[in-house]
Design a binder for this molecule. Structure first.
Ligand code: BDP
Length: 323
């Protein structure tokens, strides 16, 4: 009897110990409430909890409170934060292959971007990211980025002389320089103030981000250049992910994929809504009849980039050849 009792006690201790060793992860998200990615990251946390029976839990920190994107990327790379909803743009300086998506006009459309990311070229990018410590489990839609400022931008000439905020990646500084503008890399959290005080004349982003952090309050024209279509990921620290059992890995990966499908639905509705909201608030959205001049202006960006990174040529061609 005593020995049965102590056996029960031992089992109970073991159970407590195993639940104590359950993984509790922190996730970084730069967006606030009202942005599709915030809802999708909450959904991811909920799905992970259910699918792993609480063996893995994810606590999502919204609004960039865990740091700027480049800082958070480094944190996830070293495992100080476990998960992030990252834009692949700022991953380029850390993982060369990820720069594929930061070449302006590399993708023909959002569906084309997903076909590339889910095909052979995407596999090369994902593998390199995983090796660097930032493993993509699923991709979000982030639409296309376009320019906004106090005047319409209909051709590359209109960028001449303007100081334009870009994300942290040399390809974006080259992109602006190629049009005669002055690039200004800056953290997302500083852009609204910089636009307001005239530290920069313009910036570029998709409609939800343009709206959600108030950039539309301090500009007047949004010009549909759609020069960058950059996917975002639910990325996890590779070592933490690999340390999970194969069953838990599968559960977490499926949760990420389901959350990403949810995000893409929210995005479709949310970005159309963001556009009509900013228009209702007085923003003039202008179509650009001919994007050809923007594309030709990027020839020098491609030429310089491939001259400096000849090993990226095959990957770029693989993406371009994807139907
Ligand atoms: C948003 C992205 C976010 C970037 C931000 C930026 O979702 O990851 O940090 O743009 O421009 O659209 O910095």
């Amino acid at each position: 009897m005593t020995s049965t009792k102590s056996l029960f006690a031992a089992v109970a201790v073991a159970l407590i110990a195993s639940s104590a060793s359950a993984e509790s992860w922190r996730a970084w998200n730069i967006h606030n409430d009202g942005h599709p990615n915030t809802a999708a990251m909450d959904k991811f946390a909920e799905l992970v909890d259910t699918a792993t029976d609480g063996e893995v839990t994810v606590d999502v920190f919204h609004g960039g409170v865990l740091g700027s994107q480049p800082d958070a990327l480094e944190q996830v790379r070293i495992g100080a934060i476990e998960v992030g909803n990252f834009n692949l743009g700022p991953i380029g300086p850390m993982v060369k292959e990820a720069n594929l998506v930061s070449l302006p006009f590399i993708f023909k459309s959002v569906p084309h971007m997903f076909r590339v990311m889910e095909g052979d070229a995407g596999e090369v990018v994902a593998e390199a990211m995983g090796e660097a410590g930032v493993l993509p489990l699923a991709y979000f839609d982030a639409g296309a980025r376009s320019f906004y400022s106090q005047k319409p931008i209909n051709s590359p000439d209109d960028v001449e002389g303007l100081k334009i905020r870009v994300m942290n990646n040399d390809l974006y500084t080259s992109m602006i320089t190629a049009m005669g503008g002055n690039p200004s890399p800056m953290a997302f959290s500083e852009v609204q103030q910089a636009l307001k005080t005239g530290v920069v004349d313009g910036a570029e982003n998709n409609f939800p981000s343009f709206k959600n952090v108030g950039h539309y309050e301090v500009t007047s024209h949004y010009s549909l250049s759609e020069h960058l279509i950059i996917p975002e990921c639910i990325c996890v620290n590779t070592a933490k992910f690999n340390a999970l059992s194969p069953e838990l890995q599968e559960a977490v990966r499926s949760a990420a994929q389901e959350a990403a499908l949810y995000q893409r639905e929210l995005w479709a509705v949310g970005s159309a809504q963001a556009r009509s909201d900013v228009e209702a608030a007085g923003i003039t959205v202008n179509e650009i009849a001919d994007k050809g001049p923007f594309q030709s202006a990027m020839d020098v960006v491609y030429a310089d980039y491939l001259a400096a990174n000849p090993d990226m040529k095959a990957l770029v061609e693989m993406a371009q050849a994807t139907e």
